[in-house]
Design a protein around this ligand. Sequence first.
Ligand SMILES: Cc1cc2nc3c(=O)[nH]c(=O)nc-3n(C[C@H](O)[C@H](O)[C@H](O)COP(=O)(O)O)c2cc1C
Length: 325
Amino acid sequence: MSAVRPLTIGSFTAPNNLLLAPMAGITDSPFRVLCLKGGAGIVCAEMVSAHALHYGNEKSGRMLQVNPKEHPVSMQIFGADEPTIAEAARLAEQQGADIVDLNAGCPVKKINKAGAGCVLMKDEAKLGRLIEAAVKSVKIPVTLKTRIALNHKEFLAVRLAKLAEQAGASAITLHARAAVDVHSGPPNIEAVGEACAAVKIPVIGNGGIVNAAVAQQFFQAGCAGIMIGRGAVGNPFIFRDIIDVLEGREPASQTTQNRLMIYLELIRENAAYYGERIGVNRSRKTAGGWIKDFPNAAEVRGRFVRLETLAEIEALFSQTLARLQ
Ligand SMILES: Cc1cc2nc3c(=O)[nH]c(=O)nc-3n(C[C@H](O)[C@H](O)[C@H](O)COP(=O)(O)O)c2cc1C
């Protein structure tokens, strides 16, 4: 039987158990909509600072907005004290999030200095209180995203999964790498598997999932769901492809032309969402994931990153697509 199935997280059930990972600067509303079209069962938003929301920061407030086309969506918040976490969770719920996720895995220094992200893995009492504060403040399910370890000396996956469950979290996502490894190195799927066996709440496995074979390893380890980050950049249809393979179908092959057309759609959506200048700027960040694998890709990428208007970009894409035919 296929591992692909609906995923129940507390009171919410998603159509399938393949999730888009939260990625700051990438998993904004236009990209989330694209990944839902690409088969994701739940899409996770970029992390938003609870502290910034408390002080009415406009940009952070906007990051919580939910487009009616992007359900199911999980809004991720980060912070270090209970009242602001509770407030941020409430705001996410008010904006229409289906799930609110607490970040306890981010290794970025600035965030850690403020007592948030992966440093919470060292202070289990505090992490438990933050989860409880979020759970008490909303009706939607609260989840935790953390890592299997801070370093290579001590694995924390089982303890953190139990802690999340006891504090009332409806699921836990475990990035199968230690915080010291940031995003590189092979995932330790076995460590995630140990956590799966220790709790009743769904465990979602994450880290290095770029194809159905790796996804299957996480499912075999006991994961109720899997979460894909960088594998979806330049390939939002990875979810559908993995589902096809796991269900014994041939995945629809994505041609280079297809990928470029999807990228152009994303750039247009970004321009509509942020305004042309910021939208184009933001689109550039992931150009390497999209404009690749054809003979003059590097040259096209080089030209693309210097363009500033949608009209110029559309002209470059139509020229490139014509050459590829
Ligand atoms: C550019 C980038 C931004 C990220 N931002 C976040 C974030 O905002 N919140 C979070 O929990 N994890 C964040 N992550 C970690 C991812 O969610 C994920 O755990 C990690 O990339 C491993 O998955 P992957 O190997 O499939 O990419 C980020 C990762 C990347 C590469």
